[in-house]
Design a protein around this ligand. Structure first.
Ligand SMILES: C[S@@+](CC[C@H](N)C(=O)[O-])C[C@H]1O[C@@H](n2cnc3c(N)ncnc32)[C@H](O)[C@@H]1O
Length: 246
């Protein structure tokens, strides 16, 4: 299945000229210090689990940013001093990975590796990576799909994890107080399921039963900052989650 990209002028979240406070201080710092972009050319952040990711990368564990887009999280990790050799990014769109190199001005120095793959494709380059990763990060990814497809995508991501206790999926995405499936805002042919912690736990319990594995799920809802997601429903929140293989 291909991800149908919407044109920028059709999406409510696109700002051609973001104002200063839409670029968080962490993003600004990364662009200034890592990419060496002068401050005047640059028109959020660490969670507790970020510290865990840093520590585990220092121990030599393997990390994948699934649906990495421009790879900003990968640059943040590298800028924070972790060894880059075991860091991978993957996205459906090669042009986003290319734009990442352009944005961060690091094509000749970034040692993290990128793959292009559709998570639904059983013949993609990701399939060879099944069982490789101690940690997979998924930011704003699972929420792109309706419930049934989220189950398929989540299982595909779970198969990328090393089959051992402690392998972890970290993530954050759009959630809601009332878990429900919605029509995609810009593509009525698609559905998007917004989880609350209970629905996410139930989904991963079912996935675990199907895969013959137990997962523990920590999930929390967070208020949105400012007018972020102002175009979504009243009960919309951000959901952050950590899913560990037991
Ligand atoms: C909303 S962006 C999230 C980007 C980034 N992880 C973040 O948190 O800012 C969703 C990403 O998912 C990728 N994507 C969508 N469908 C995909 C699929 N079937 N397989 C792999 N990546 C996909 C898109 O290309 C896009 O880069």
């Amino acid at each position: 299945m291909a991800f149908e990209e919407t044109r920028k002028e059709n999406v409510a979240w696109f700002d051609e000229r973001p104002s200063g406070n839409q670029v968080t201080s962490a993003a600004r710092h990364l662009l200034e210090t890592y990419s060496k972009i002068p401050a005047e050319q640059i028109t959020d952040h660490h969670t507790e689990e970020y510290g865990e990711v840093l520590e585990r990368l220092h121990q030599g564990q393997w990390f994948l940013d699934m649906a990495c887009c421009f790879g900003q999280e990968i640059r943040q990790l590298v800028a924070d001093g972790v060894p880059p050799e075991n860091i991978y990014g993957c996205d459906l769109r090669p042009e986003y990975i290319e734009l990442g190199y352009k944005l961060f001005c690091d094509r000749d120095r970034l040692q993290a590796k990128f793959l292009t793959a559709d998570i639904f494709d059983d013949n993609s380059s990701l399939v060879k990576r099944r069982g490789d990763f101690n940690m997979v990060y998924t930011g704003s990814f699972f929420h792109l799909f309706g419930y049934e497809d989220q189950v398929r995508v989540s299982k595909a991501v779970a198969r990328l994890l090393r089959p051992q206790e402690g392998s972890t999926i970290f993530g954050r995405q759009v959630g809601a107080v009332n878990a429900a499936e919605h029509e995609h805002r810009t593509n009525p042919a698609r559905r998007m399921f917004r989880h609350n912690p209970e629905s996410l736990k139930k989904m991963w319990k079912d996935i675990g039963e199907d895969l013959g594995v137990t997962f523990s799920v920590q999930a929390t809802l967070h208020e949105l900052d400012g007018d972020h997601f102002r175009f979504l429903a009243e009960d919309t929140r951000r959901i952050r989650f950590i899913i560990r293989r037991e």
